[in-house]
Design a protein around this ligand. Structure first.
Ligand code: C2E
Ligand code: MG
Ligand code: MG
Ligand code: MG
Length: 292
């Protein structure tokens, strides 16, 4: 079982859990049961072209549909799973669900759009992420370009091997996004050497307090222009206001993901949206947005 594999790595007792599962063995048992019972579900949050508002892809975000607590967000269990190494099991399951979703669209005759999944640092340490993703897309018969891989910035900072992973994934035909860029570890220099396909800017950079506002606007602008020079599209995360949209347009950021456009929503809700004429931009994320 999962527990048998990872029990020895577990070193903490986690107090802050909203789930009130006092001990780790309980938490692990609960998650194992939830995996068996298929209680984890995907929510979809669209990524949009800032200028047109059209949807270019979605991010698959996990939720725990808990029998008693209702819908539980990843903040309540992902950090715990990352610390214990147990995240590998959930993420494989999530990657599989994302490919299942794509396969169902294709089976139903819908025009598929790219779905991105998250890869955490613990995944990179524990398994061969590229082999695993390849197995999953093959099993579902999915084109690789349709599954996009978000690797969080903190993973790059620590591991030399992430550079190889990015190359490997790209060679196999996956698109790689750097997630949470600017949340604290990376440098512009790193960005250049790693060569991801797309950059996602952490929402923290859009949310500085008044004192720091000018400085983070400057940083955002610098990052965006540098990405542009490298023909790397930029997606701003956590965009909530019209002011932020205006600012991002001004500095040349082409894509955004945030409550201003859409909140994460259940699969069925997103599929209903897909029916709306003209809402999806099937060209996806482009290195440079051409004006429509
Ligand atoms: P992330 O990958 O950076 O995902 C974006 C998070 O920002 C999502 O939170 C999303 O709901 C939230 N968000 C998007 N737009 C806005 C906005 O305008 N305002 C605000 N305040 N928030 C916004 P969520 O779904 O709670 O996920 C949080 C984090 O949990 C994710 O950050 C990711 O690091 C992790 N996560 C989620 N699903 C998975 C998964 O399947 N596997 C792994 N390893 N991590 C996951
Ligand atoms: Mg992400
Ligand atoms: Mg590369
Ligand atoms: Mg992020």
């Amino acid at each position: 079982t999962v527990k048998g594999t990872y029990a020895r790595r577990i070193a903490w007792y986690d107090r802050g859990m909203g789930l009130e599962l006092e001990q780790e063995p309980k938490m692990l048992a609960a998650i194992q049961r939830a995996l068996d019972q298929r209680e984890f579900v995907l929510y979809a949050q669209p990524k949009c072209n800032i200028r047109t508002g059209r949807i270019v892809g979605i991010e698959a975000l996990v939720r725990w549909n808990h029998p008693e607590k209702g819908l539980v967000g990843p903040g309540e269990f992902v950090p715990f799973l990352e610390r214990t190494g147990f995240i590998v099991y959930l993420d494989r399951y999530v990657w599989d669900m994302a490919c299942g979703l794509l396969a169902s669209w294709i089976a139903e005759g819908r025009h598929p759009i790219p779905v991105s999944v998250n890869v955490s640092r613990a995944d990179v340490r524990a398994i061969d992420v590229a082999d695993e993703l390849e197995r999953i897309v093959e099993r579902h018969g999915i084109e690789r370009r349709l599954l996009e891989v978000e690797i969080t910035e903190s993973a790059y900072a620590e591991d030399e091997c992430v550079t190889h992973l990015v190359d490997d994934l790209q060679r196999r035909g996956f698109t790689v996004l750097m997630d949470d860029f600017g949340s604290g570890y990376s440098s512009l220099n790193m960005l250049k050497s790693i060569g991801v396909d797309t950059l996602k800017i952490d929402m923290g950079l859009l949310r500085e307090d008044a004192d720091d506002a000018n400085r983070s606007e400057g940083i955002l602008e610098a990052v965006t222009s540098m990405a542009r020079l490298m023909d790397m599209p930029v997606i701003a995360e956590g965009v909530e206001t019209a002011e932020q949209v205006e600012f991002l347009k001004r500095i040349g950021c082409d894509y955004a993901q945030g409550f201003y456009f859409y909140r994460p929503m259940p699969q069925s809700e997103f599929e209903a949206l897909m029916e709306t004429e003209g809402l999806i931009d099937y060209r996806g994320v482009l290195p440079r947005v051409v004006d429509d």
